[in-house]
Design a protein around this ligand. Structure first.
Ligand code: ZN
Length: 258
């Protein structure tokens, strides 16, 4: 099933919904508890899709694809390298990524996202799947120059609009061999299979849950493949994941830039 958050009018409070072909049905309550689905009557074209979750924690994994670690001259990690993005960095499908004046090199990172549906701590890789509500798509937008100059990545990864997320949560996905692609203005920049992840999803969840309690609505960005590259004002960046769909965002200068 595909789960969305949407608004019919800009002034409406967000609603949860489920997708049936080109239509949406309202989900009563939320997908984080037992819910009831209404009939899918709303045309998806007529509503505005929002980021499919307002995350608590955004836990990210660095260097999780061998070839990407190579291109940035990083050593292959022995345990997953974790960092956090702030919830304020999240934007939905179609919303603009804003290039901040502090950076000259903002880059895209297309990534598979795990949406946590249940609380868990110290779960084993086998138990980890019980915590998963579903999967979505994110762009771990990164100010590469600031990432290189700072030991900690909070600034480089934490600007407003640096976490496009969506368009929905797909509850059924086999993550053992799924293609992750990223293109800019229609030109393919990144493409790899999740098969090439150094730490697969179940190991990531087990590792993260040995550090912090995972809560419903937390999300995990599982790392990006090779091919990261610069974004310029006017670009349009699309991350596509096989079995989920695609997430497109325009790129604009920050209003503060000039
Ligand atoms: Zn990343």
């Amino acid at each position: 099933m595909r789960i969305v958050r949407f608004q019919r009018e800009p002034t409406d409070p967000p609603s949860w919904g489920w997708v049936k072909e080109d239509r949406i049905g309202v989900i009563e309550e939320s997908p984080f508890e037992p819910f009831r689905r209404q009939e899918a009557l709303l045309l998806m074209d007529k509503v505005r899709l929002l980021a499919p979750v307002t995350p608590g924690k955004i836990v990210c994994v660095g260097w999780n694809y061998l070839v990407h670690a190579d291109e940035l001259n990083a050593e292959v990690p022995k345990v997953p390298l974790l960092f956090l993005k702030p919830p304020s960095s999240v934007i939905g499908p179609g919303q603009a990524i804003r290039l901040p004046p502090q950076s000259n090199q903002v880059e895209h990172e297309g990534e598979l996202v795990v949406i946590i549906g249940r609380q868990g701590r110290w779960v084993s890789p086998d138990e980890s799947t019980q915590l998963i509500l579903g999967y979505s798509i994110a762009n771990d937008v990164t100010a590469r120059d600031l990432q290189r100059s700072d030991d900690q990545w909070t600034r480089a990864k934490g600007f407003d609009t640096f976490c496009p997320l969506g368009p929905w949560i797909e509850t059924e996905l086999d993550t053992s061999d799924t293609l992750v692609k990223c293109s800019v203005n229609g030109q393919l920049r990144q493409m790899a299979s999740t098969r090439d992840m150094i730490f697969p999803v179940r190991e990531l969840i087990a590792f993260i849950s040995s550090i912090m309690t995972l809560e419903p609505g937390d999300i995990i960005l599982t790392g990006t493949p090779a091919g990261v590259g610069k974004l310029n004002p006017g670009d349009e960046v699309t991350v596509e994941i096989e079995g989920i769909g695609s997430l497109t965002n325009p790129v604009r200068e920050d209003a503060h830039s000039k």
